[in-house]
Design a protein around this ligand. Structure first.
Ligand code: SF4
Length: 476
């Protein structure tokens, strides 16, 4: 059987703010994972439209398309095209799981939830004839045990800055109201991990030093994470990942991660306001000392990518300045700002829909850069302008310098400058490297920047730092 896996480009690819480098980081690991269930005699190809051209003049036996909210219309057009030629088309992914009725109009079959149990069943059905295939496959049995090795040879490594992306768990133990996670994992377990040995074996198969864990919460299962980091000690890896504030503060897991090679962490601070945290059901951040978590990461030489959401109901006009100043004063290396976006399938969407606050169902606008709902403490224009101002302000050279000088050694300051500056200030150079198809040549530089730095102080000796904002202090 000839199978074509497609990741259509997000709508933002036509945007003036489009940054090719941002979408040339990670290969489509999910599609390469599905490909591992094919038979040895099958012919498979993966096309990622963010980094290569998609040709539509072929007629494979099966097309599988991964659908996100802002590539949904493009994905449907591609699906319609192939179906008109008689090709069997299957759709899966976050948006399909949120809105199966919408996706079904463009597919022969759809997959709801993760694919490990349903994709092999779908393939078995299809091999016995189209009439045996169901319209809808719903994932129920969630496990990562004994999954076949990901078909990484189908990934065009040279087109990505971070070809060694890896996922060793699925989901997350928390339930934030704006997150897709609960909808995607409805009907079964919503957080589970690989066996430690299998995760270590997968790491061992990856060439080079650098890894990027794409897990929603790498420290989410303490026992698993501790054993994983123990197994990784001495492997000489440097890695990046994501975790929550509470997991950074708990026990000594973060020290174990640093010992194993953790050099930068994506942290969902989201908001500095406790009312907003409650509105978002972000319980894991409530009453947690953000400053202490940051001091701990800084002390371990772990760079921080802070995530922030603007437009929650308690936000007022000063939220942008307060947030940017706080992030800069805390020495956060990079920040990702978002306009609150009620994705369909989330409890945030349901609540807003009930309250009549959803202003548009044009999914192209659900890219966290546009206001798609009736705001509360801010006007839509204030929100949009404040969001754009925050990016500009945080990534001014003066702000980057100020944030980098929060660190106490020259090496740490230099590392901050190179990482933040390199990420945001050399766009033409990145574009040139992408066009020259030499992105993978930048990996040694990234590995060099991620080399270990030590702080002069340690967490036990660090002076307590207080937040400039009353709102982020715990409420008793
Ligand atoms: S912690 Fe992150 S991944 Fe987990 S539910 Fe919240 S937003 Fe989603």
């Amino acid at each position: 059987m000839k199978i074509k896996f497609i990741l259509p480009a997000l709508r933002e690819a036509e945007d003036p703010f489009w940054r090719p480098i941002k979408y040339s980081l990670f290969p489509p690991l999910g599609l390469a994972t599905l490909a591992s269930y094919l038979d040895p005699g099958d012919e498979a190809v993966i096309v990622d439209q963010h980094v290569e051209s998609l040709h539509l003049d072929d007629t494979p036996d099966l097309v599988v398309i991964q659908v996100y909210i802002t590539n949904a219309y493009r994905a449907y057009a591609i699906a319609d095209h192939y179906r008109s030629k008689g090709v069997y088309v299957a759709l899966g992914g976050l948006h399909v799981t949120s809105l199966p009725g919408e996706a079904l109009a463009h597919a022969d079959s759809i997959f709801l939830g993760p694919g490990e149990d349903i994709f092999p069943k779908f393939l078995r059905d299809l091999r016995t004839g189209r009439h045996n295939v169901q319209r809808q496959y719903v994932s129920r049995n969630r496990t990562l045990s004994a999954t076949p090795p990901i078909r990484r040879e189908l990934i065009k490594r040279h087109l990505y800055l971070v070809p060694n992306s890896i996922v060793v768990s699925r989901g997350c133990p928390f339930h934030c109201s704006f997150c897709y996670k609960d909808s995607f994992f409805a009907g079964g377990k919503s957080f589970y991990t690989q066996a430690v040995d299998e995760a270590l074996a997968e790491i061992d198969r990856l060439p080079g030093r650098h890894l990027y864990f794409l897990d929603d919460h790498l420290l989410g299962n303490q026992h698993f994470a501790a054993a994983l980091f123990e197994g990784m000690r001495g492997m000489g890896r440097v890695f990046q990942g994501a975790a929550t504030v509470d997991s950074i503060l708990r026990g000594n897991l973060i020290e174990k991660a640093a010992d194993a090679g953790l050099r930068s962490l994506f942290v969902g601070f989201e908001t500095l306001d406790t009312h907003n945290l409650k509105q978002s059901n972000k319980k894991q951040n409530l009453h947690k000392d953000y400053d202490k978590a940051i001091a701990r990461l800084n002390d371990l030489g772990i760079m921080i990518n802070g995530s922030f959401v603007f437009g929650l109901d308690s936000d007022t006009k000063d939220v942008f300045k307060r947030t940017v100043e706080w992030a800069t004063e805390q020495g956060i290396t990079t920040s990702t700002f978002h306009i609150l976006t009620p994705y369909p399938g989330t409890s945030l969407f349901r609540n807003m829909e009930k309250a009549g606050r959803i202003l548009t169902r044009n999914w192209d606008l659900y890219d966290t850069r546009n206001v798609v709902y009736q705001t509360s403490g801010l006007s839509a224009q204030e929100l949009k302008e404040g969001y754009e101002w925050s990016y500009r302000e945080f990534y001014r050279w003066s702000s980057i310098l100020k944030a980098s000088f929060q660190h106490d050694t020259l090496r740490h300051i230099a590392k901050h400058l190179m990482y933040a500056g390199g990420w945001k200030k050399f766009e033409p150079l990145w574009n040139f490297i992408i066009k020259a198809r030499r992105l993978n040549h930048m990996l040694p530089l990234l590995e060099g920047i991620l080399s270990q730095v030590k702080s002069k102080t340690n967490i036990a000796q660090a002076a307590p730092r207080t937040s400039p904002f009353e709102t982020i202090k715990p409420i008793s």
